[in-house]
Design a binder for this molecule. Structure first.
Ligand code: SF4
Ligand SMILES: [Zn+2]
Length: 333
């Protein structure tokens, strides 16, 4: 029996909200109005002047420190431009605030150099976390790919493919197929390839979680922008910037309402040093070999083609070890 997720009423053809089958008509209208209101609010925040955004973001960081205490909060630092801006704002308020950097073993050398510079020249308090599991074994990107599969297309697609491949029942298997058919039909032909979304868990999330637990850290400050993706916008719409005691992890996301343009303007205005990777034609500093989003890159060169020019030895490693999967997925490299 299908029931409305708000009021629990049994859903039938006659009372189901036509635009969202999870709700009855009155709850569906209420939910729709709520979402629309939040989206409008986000748009208003996104057009605020930069100096007001900086003040709002500082306030959000202060709220996190007031709630958890400076010794129990950390900046999640990737070495990219967004988190470098976040670090700059946080350090204006709390110069010695702890930063955790998850070295995924799949980092550009420029990212590692920038982290080194931040630590030794810019006096940023950074601890580097490696993907070592509870038994002391190091997970590398290659090991994750060999064991679980390659992170390809997007988290949701990779997750559906992994769920399909490891389903214990025919029912779960069929559910994954239906999900892909409904939402990502053109990726069905890849369903039997070694693809998985486990990589981020193994190389980033679990090591950070372990370190946070060890140091008794209860809240992370993260430099994500709602404008980056539909999923991030949805997160803001549903939860806002400071998400405390709602989900399993407490998070402060003080740049949520910033745009890419704000980030660049802040960097210029404050003369902030960012990773030299950005001057080599890269727009992102994420993991070198990650396949998430690569199929959507419309530039003349995608990230792998750029890698061939800028880091030929890393490119050779990619082509030798993962060329087969890129070919099977029709990815240019
Ligand atoms: S960003 Fe991609 S490559 Fe890096 S840890 Fe996550 S899934 Fe793996
Ligand atoms: Zn209802």
């Amino acid at each position: 029996m299908n029931t409305c997720r708000d009021c629990g009423l049994e859903l039938r053809e006659i009372n189901v909200f036509p635009f969202d089958h999870r709700y009855c008509i009155p709850c569906g209208i209420k939910h729709h109005d709520f979402i629309q209101g939040r989206k409008n609010k986000l748009k208003l925040l996104q057009i605020l002047p930069l100096d007001i955004k900086v003040r709002l973001s500082s306030q959000l960081i202060k709220e996190a420190i007031d709630e958890f205490g400076i010794d129990h909060v950390y900046v999640s630092y990737s070495g990219g431009k967004d988190s470098t801006v976040l670090s700059h704002i946080a350090k204006q308020l709390y110069p010695n605030i702890l930063h955790l950097f998850a070295n995924t073993t799949n980092e550009y050398s420029e990212t590692l150099q920038h982290i080194k510079w931040e630590k030794s020249n810019n006096k940023t308090n950074i601890i580097t976390v490696f993907p070592i599991d509870s038994k002391g074994n190091l997970w590398t990107f290659k090991k994750v790919v060999d064991y679980y599969g390659f992170p390809m297309f997007s988290k949701r697609i990779s997750n559906a493919i992994r769920t399909y491949q490891h389903a214990e029942t025919q029912f779960t298997k069929q559910n994954s197929i239906s999900y892909l058919q409904r939402n990502f039909k053109k990726y069905l032909p890849y369903i039997d390839l070694p693809i998985s979304d486990k990589c981020c868990d193994k190389l980033k999330k679990e090591p950070l979680k372990r370190k946070a637990k060890e140091l008794n850290l209860n809240c992370s400050i993260i430099g994500i922008l709602a404008s980056e993706s539909y999923q991030r916008e949805q997160e803001w719409v549903n939860y806002g910037c400071n998400v405390f005691f709602i989900k399993s992890d407490n998070q402060c996301r003080p740049l949520s309402f910033w745009t890419e343009h704000d980030i660049l303007a802040y960097i210029e205005k404050n003369n902030i040093k960012i990773s030299s990777l950005y001057s080599k034609g890269y727009k992102r500093n994420g993991c070198m070999y990650c396949g998430f989003g690569v199929h959507l890159e419309k530039d003349a060169q995608n990230r792998y083609e750029k890698l061939r020019n800028t880091h030929p030895d890393k490119y050779d490693y990619l082509a030798f070890n993962f060329g087969y999967i890129l070919c099977e997925c029709n990815i240019r490299f």
